[in-house]
Write a protein that binds this ligand. Structure first.
Ligand SMILES: Nc1ncnc2c1ncn2[C@@H]1O[C@H](COP(=O)(O)OP(=O)(O)OP(=O)(O)O)[C@@H](O)[C@H]1O
Length: 218
């Protein structure tokens, strides 16, 4: 029998509480994430799913408690967080006047503090079914195609932790199926995914869990 200490979670929350607009959304929330984990945050509209994801991504401070990255508070881990995290919010977050290629070039540079090759970007765009749409302004693309541009970042050798707010929005059935498989594969390869969606997944990683904020509501 080993007497070694349990491993420090990659990402964890301790006594996390979130109040918005003087409404307590959740409190005493404890979760931990290790390589391989896939966590679906579920719950009805307004239950705090996006708020929780924003807390985990360090985009807003908690009302109480803390988020820990490798055992240390996020606030003290900004560089490490930037290296470890890929955040894709509810809005596609791409610039309409730029082409898909240009969007991915600057988003890739932002994320990894380095340059992203044209070849890698075109390959990622082909992966999400946008071959032939690489250099047209994104405002001319459909909502689903714009979502695909955002999701192409998942194919650009991204960091290990993905936090995705409603990644399937506007995608067609084939697009949903492909992204599901990609998320599960990322986890099987030692990555981690935290995401929200209102749809039930067909493909899940082995270490899949669901956190239902609706069930926690006061
Ligand atoms: N910027 C904000 N300022 C104040 N309150 C906010 C803000 N954004 C969200 N809220 C409030 O926080 C609560 C939770 O919102 P949140 O977006 O986290 O819910 P959600 O579970 O993701 O909802 P949905 O399923 O509709 O996307 C809502 O009551 C909302 O009004």
């Amino acid at each position: 029998m080993s007497d070694s200490a349990p491993p420090i979670p990659f990402l964890a929350t301790v006594g996390l509480a979130c109040e918005r607009d003087r409404r307590l959304l959740f409190d005493q929330l404890e979760l931990h994430l290790q390589p391989g984990d896939m966590l679906q945050v579920a719950g009805p509209n307004g239950s705090g799913k996006t708020s929780l994801l924003r807390l985990l991504a360090g985009l807003m401070p908690p009302t109480e408690g803390s988020v820990l990255l490798a055992g240390k508070p996020l606030a003290a881990q900004r560089t490490e967080l930037a290296r470890s995290l890929l955040w894709i919010g509810h809005a596609a977050g791409i610039k309409g006047l730029l082409s898909a290629e240009e969007n991915l070039a600057w988003l890739g540079a932002l994320n990894r503090c380095g340059s992203t090759s044209r070849e890698a970007i075109w390959t990622a765009l082909a992966e999400v079914g946008l071959r032939g749409f690489e250099d047209v302004p994104c405002h001319t693309l459909s909502a689903g195609q714009q979502r695909r541009v955002a999701l192409a970042r998942l194919y650009l050798a991204p960091p290990p932790l993905w936090i995705l707010d409603e990644p399937f929005t506007a995608l067609d059935k084939a697009g949903v199926a492909q992204v599901e498989i990609h998320l599960a594969r990322h986890c099987e390869q030692g990555g981690m995914v935290v995401f929200t969606t209102h749809h039930s997944l067909t493909e899940k990683a082995r270490n899949f869990r669901e956190l239902d904020l609706g069930l926690r509501a006061a």
